[in-house]
Design a protein around this ligand. Structure first.
Ligand code: PGA
Length: 252
């Protein structure tokens, strides 16, 4: 049985004090509700304040970073390492978000290095994949997503794969208010699971949690979550308001 995982991606939006306030309000709404694993991913500089607030208030929400370098240390100006994230209290890390791929030149090879590194340091990678509108319209979705999944998880063992969370985020649905239909999202997440099954075996594939992301809102989350191969959501804009995000978390 896969426990649903709903993560909020706050992108480059909240200062540390605002992040703490968001967590405080969110926890007020969802404490005691444990049908879903909840993760928030604030900007990196917010992590110390948020993790200290969670620790002191016994707040059981996962804490994710939005990116990391794959190396533990070294001459990588401007980068943050997995051990630094762990030290700041992170439990999860988003890897290969389409904004990182499109705006910062991240490649499938880099994503693969980061996924392997996160796993080796005990961080849960949330690996994002997704096609552009042009690729979808050209009928390339299956090929693109298969390539991203195969490359991103290259050389992982079947025993490591169940820890990875895969987020299917069609790029045309991110921040546009135009979510994929539940049926379209199921078609791709189902395909992702068969790719995983081909590469790692059915047992491993059945335990991987696959999220859908892209304009998830309180009014579309239950239909999306009712799909057999969708085990969670990666939520951007709608995770920035505690009461809205809480409604998404309590979708059922
Ligand atoms: P959105 O973003 O929910 O604002 O569409 C999703 C994401 O980028 O992860």
């Amino acid at each position: 049985m896969r426990k649903p995982i709903i993560a909020g991606n706050w992108k480059m939006n909240v200062l540390p004090g605002q992040a703490v306030e968001l967590v405080r309000r969110l926890w007020a709404d969802i404490s005691g509700y444990d049908a879903v694993e909840v993760v928030v991913c604030p900007p990196c500089v917010d992590l110390p304040a948020v993790s200290e607030f969670m620790r002191s208030g016994d707040i059981r929400i996962g804490l994710g970073a939005q990116n990391m370098h794959w190396k533990e240390s070294g001459a990588f100006t401007g980068e943050v390492s997995p051990t630094m994230l762990l030290d700041l209290g992170a439990t999860h890390v988003i890897i290969g978000h389409s904004e990182r791929r499109q705006l910062f030149g991240e490649t499938d090879q880099g994503v693969n290095r980061k996924v392997k590194s996160a796993l080796s340091f005990g961080l849960v990678p949330i690996m994002c994949v997704g096609e552009t509108l042009k690729q979808r319209e050209a009928g390339e979705t299956e090929g693109i997503i298969t390539g991203q999944v195969n490359c991103g998880l290259f050389e992982l063992g079947p025993e490591e794969v169940p820890t990875v969370v895969v987020a299917y985020e069609p790029i045309w649905a991110i921040g546009t208010g135009k979510a994929a239909t539940a049926g379209d999202a199921q078609e791709v997440t189902g395909m992702i699971r068969s790719v995983l099954s081909g590469q790692f075996g059915q047992q491993a594939a059945e335990s991987v949690r696959i999220q859908y992301g892209g304009s998830v809102k309180p009014d579309n989350v239950s239909e999306i979550m009712s799909m057999p191969d969708i085990d969670g959501a990666l939520v951007g804009g709608a995770s920035l308001e505690a009461d809205v995000f809480a409604r998404i978390v309590k979708f059922s």
